[in-house]
Design a protein around this ligand. Structure first.
Ligand SMILES: Cc1cc2nc3c(=O)[nH]c(=O)nc-3n(C[C@H](O)[C@H](O)[C@H](O)COP(=O)(O)O)c2cc1C
Length: 286
């Protein structure tokens, strides 16, 4: 039998920073459960911005940019479990995660990473300054089809301070073990702290213009608010939950019926575009 592989991905530049330490602790937990482990510091690799050439969309190709993103995605595809450790920077995950969200366009279509078990660890410094951090890790991993089974928000501020907090270390180690146990059992259900969205478990909601419907901005699951005795409940129907943004079927539809048909319009309007863009060409030196 092939050994299970768990990959740790660190989203902080800081060497021996809290993300690295907590990810390593989780990987030690994964090893204890019998997994082979590996770690990459994402910012050590060259990840250029997506250039919007759409070769992955219209030609079904791997990303054509020559940098390390394809290597990172190949490592993820070759793993059974993926643990992302990333600090919160200005309410969000660090920029490398957004860069990889965009560059994930090809593996997102190819489903090469779908079905892996995921865990996320976020060290942060200031309570109340973390509102959007899981939106990005969720968008990245869910768009690739990773089943996130746990996500931790760990309060730790200064460089390398994580080992001073035994509870934080224990939580990270347990997350690593849980990832391997989920792989072994083949049960990828979520075990982390419950939030509001039934898919990503985050607590952020948009209120839609009808002033009745709410929506998870990441998963596009829609529900309704009910207030009883001052307590808010958000009700999602089973149907709405089944139809969330990240199902394999919904992503296939997105690419097939929303994105790919734009090619015909683009080709049809070639002459008109050439004429009408003249005015912008060279304006202000670019
Ligand atoms: C530029 C910058 C922005 C930060 N923004 C936030 C923030 O918005 N919310 C927060 O809780 N912590 C914030 N932090 C603190 C880090 O999340 C915290 O120190 C974390 O433990 C760092 O992890 P690392 O050692 O893996 O880099 C910020 C740190 C830096 C350097």
């Amino acid at each position: 039998m092939q050994p299970m592989k768990v990959l740790g991905l660190v989203g902080s530049v800081r060497r021996l920073g809290n993300s690295e330490i907590l990810t390593k602790e989780a990987l030690m937990g994964a090893e204890e459960e019998g997994a082979e482990v590996e770690i990459l510091r994402l910012t050590d690799y060259e990840v250029k911005p997506c250039r919007g050439c759409a070769a992955c969309l219209f030609q079904g190709r791997d990303c054509v940019i020559e940098d390390d993103a394809n290597f990172i995605f190949a490592k993820m595809a070759a793993s059974d479990g993926i643990i992302v450790g990333v600090p919160c920077y200005i309410l969000e995950a660090t920029a490398i995660i957004k860069q990889l969200i965009d560059r994930g366009f090809a593996p997102m279509q190819q489903n090469t990473i779908r079905g892996k078990v995921g865990g996320v660890i976020v060290p942060y410094a200031t309570r109340g300054w973390t509102q959007n951090v899981f939106q990005q890790t969720n968008t990245w991993l869910l768009s690739l089809g990773v089943d996130i089974i746990d996500q931790l928000l760990i309060h730790v501020q200064g460089l390398s301070e994580a080992p001073l907090f035994s509870q934080a270390i224990e939580r990270a180690r347990t997350l690593g073990k849980k990832v391997v146990q989920a792989i072994k059992r083949g049960d990828h259900s979520y075990q982390g702290e419950e939030g509001i969205c039934p898919i990503c478990h985050d607590r952020n909601l948009r209120i839609l213009k009808d002033m009745k419907t709410v929506e998870c901005p990441v998963c596009a699951v829609r529900g309704t608010l009910q207030v009883e005795g001052g307590t808010i409940t958000v009700v999602f129907t089973d149907e709405a939950i089944r139809r969330h943004r990240w199902t394999e079927e919904n992503l296939r539809r997105h690419f097939t019926y929303h994105l790919k048909p734009s090619k015909a319009f683009f080709i049809k309007t070639k002459g008109e575009r050439k004429k009408k863009t003249q005015k912008y060409k060279g304006y202000l030196g670019m």
